[in-house]
Structures are given as C-alpha cells and as structure tokens.
Design a protein around this ligand. Structure first.
Ligand code: NAP
Length: 294
C-alpha cells in the first residue's frame, strides 16, 4: 500500500539531532506508517547545538506528536520537558519525546528512553534470557549505560563493565549500581582481564564503536584466540551488520547477535508510544537492512 498522501490530517514526528542526514530512522518509520496505513510522516529535523530547548517547545507549537533525539541533544533536552519517565531519569538521557494534548489543547512534553528496552527486547527475541546471566559489557558510554540498566532491570546475576578509561566505568557503576553493588562491577579493559572474565560469562556485549565502518578490521577480541562456544556475543555496532567480532564469534561456534535489532526495537517502542499501534518490526528491520546494503 503506498503512503497516504499528505493532507490536513497528517500527523508529524521526527528526529532531532545534529547531524541527521545519514540517519535510517526516517526511512524506517515511514515504512512502518505505510505498512500500518497511518497518515503520519517522520522527518529529519537538523537542530544545532544550543537550540534543542527551542526545538522541543516548537514541537508542541507546531502540532507534532513527538520526536526522537540523537547526538548531541539526548541530555541537554531534559530541561525542556514537563515529565521524565523513570528509565530516562536513571540514564540521564532522552531518546523519545511524546507530545500529549488534553481536551483543552494544553500540551505536555514527556521524555522517555527506549534504548534499554530495545536491547533487552532484541536479546529475548534471539532466545537469550538475561535473567540470572553473567555478562561482560565492554564500554561505558551512553549505549553501555542503557545496556547495563536493562540487564539490572532484567535481574542479571552479574554485570562487569570493562572500559579503557576506568573512571568512566566507575562513574557508571556509581550511578546505576547503588542497590546492586556486588552485582555490578567495573574494571579497566585489558586483554588479560577480558579473556579471563569472558571465560566465565554467558553474554559478551560490545558497547564501543570498535569494528564500526570504516575501521571494519578492528575487534575487541584478540584474533588468534577462539571465543567460548557456549557464549552469546552481542555487538551494538550495526554498520557493518557482520562485524569482525561477530565473525570471530560464529567461527568459534558462539551465538552472534548484531546491533540492528536493538536499533529497530528502540524505534518500534517509540512508534508504539506515539501511535498506539503495534509496530511492524520485521518491515522496519528490512528497511534498515536495505539502507545498510546500499
Ligand atoms: P560513547 O558514549 O561515545 O562511548 C564510547 C565508548 O567506547 C566509551 O566507553 C569509550 O571508552 C569506548 N571506546 C571508544 N573507542 C575505543 C577504543 N579505540 N578502544 C577502547 N574503547 C573505546 O558512544 P555510545 O553512544 O555509547 O555508542 C557506542 C557504540 O554503540 C557506537 O558504535 C554506537 O553506534 C553503538 N550504538 C548502537 C545502538 C543500537 O541501537 N544498536 C544504540 C546506541 C549506540 P572511553 O570511555 O575510554 O573513551
């Protein structure tokens, strides 16, 4: 079915970021609107640093139903919002705004973060149950925070954060680990620690850009050593879809999961918040795969 023509009833959402030109989100969401026969459009909204508060308020003034947020606005938008969902508050980052309008036309901007739920949804869809699992997360940036938050909420048995900069990993543990200090630990990322700790883990997550295009020959795992065959390896990088780390995992007989499913599922959750309609996850993934293969 073709996209419904734009008319006076068309509902608008978009992606606020800087830059936004290369994002797959407009194609992914517009394909989802088309599949569900919704008269909605998703627009790229380039907003320079320092202008996100004005842009967020502008969403309500222009009648938008919501937006996604990406670099560099995920944190700075917080002060423009009326309400902040608990997971977004805990992560200190917003990736979705919903504009709510009451019967009198008064608008409220609510902020959400769907990254953690997107990550856990992707894991479960692949048949991995995070509850009771032992996990090594490499990286301590924004993505790692969402991953760790999701794992703690899903009641993982232990989560070890390995990062090049130990202070950043410690800050993550201090922010997210208060009530589960012994479950969540931080260590510096070095080869010996990685090899030793992964041997006892169920899941290894790469939450760094290592292996991302154009540096596709890089991997967090030393080339000459096989990964444990009972391990599941989740690489948050999705460009390329098959990273060097995932090739190493497959060659070792381990389960290999790419980052695209997390990207699609965080988008699907935003779609459902805005529209109240179940997201066509497979169509959204297919659209992204075609964009990545171009
Ligand atoms: P970020 O906040 O900039 O954090 C980057 C992390 O990677 C930091 O912990 C950094 O360590 C580490 N790192 C970077 N280069 C490194 C290197 N050469 N050696 C060792 N460690 C290195 O980035 P982010 O937002 O967390 O994103 C991380 C990755 O996840 C990106 O590739 C992004 O595309 C991907 N991602 C995917 C999804 C998805 O839906 N699949 C969602 C979000 C992000 P230091 O602290 O030492 O600098």
């Amino acid at each position: 079915m073709p996209l419904t023509p734009i008319d006076g009833h068309t509902q608008l959402v978009g992606l606020i970021g800087w830059p936004v030109e290369h994002s797959m989100s407009p194609a992914m969401h517009n394909a989802a609107f088309e599949a569900r026969d919704l008269n909605w459009r998703y627009l790229p909204l380039p907003v320079p640093p320092g202008r996100v508060e004005a842009a967020a308020r502008g969403l309500a003034a222009l009648g938008f139903r919501g937006a996604n947020l990406t670099v560099p606005h995920k944190r700075s938008v917080l002060q423009a919002l009326d309400t902040i969902a608990p997971e977004a508050k805990a992560l200190g980052a917003i990736n979705t705004i919903v504009v709510e309008r009451d019967a009198e036309g008064t608008t409220t901007l609510s902020g959400h973060n769907t990254d953690a739920a997107g990550f856990i949804g992707a894991l479960r869809a692949a048949g991995f149950d995070p509850t009771g699992s032992s996990v090594v997360v490499v990286g301590a940036g924004g993505a790692a925070r969402a991953v760790v938050f999701g794992l703690l909420k899903a009641e993982a048995a232990s989560v070890l954060v390995l990062n090049r900069t130990l202070e950043r990993a410690r800050a993550l543990v201090a922010d997210l680990g208060r009530s589960s200090q012994s479950i969540l630990r931080a260590e510096v990322l070095d080869e010996e620690t990685l090899l030793e700790t992964v041997r006892a883990a169920d899941l290894l997550v790469n939450a760094t850009p290592i292996g991302m295009w154009p540096r596709v020959d890089a991997s967090i795992w030393p080339v000459e050593i096989p990964l444990p065959s009972c391990l599941t390896v989740f690489d948050l990088v999705y460009n390329p879809l098959e990273t060097k780390l995932l090739r190493q995992a497959r060659r070792s007989g381990a389960e290999a999961l790419d980052g695209l499913d997390m990207l699609v599922r965080q988008g699907a959750l935003a779609f459902e918040m805005w529209t109240g309609v179940e997201a066509p996850v497979e169509i959204m993934r297919g659209t992204c795969e075609r964009a990545l293969n171009k």
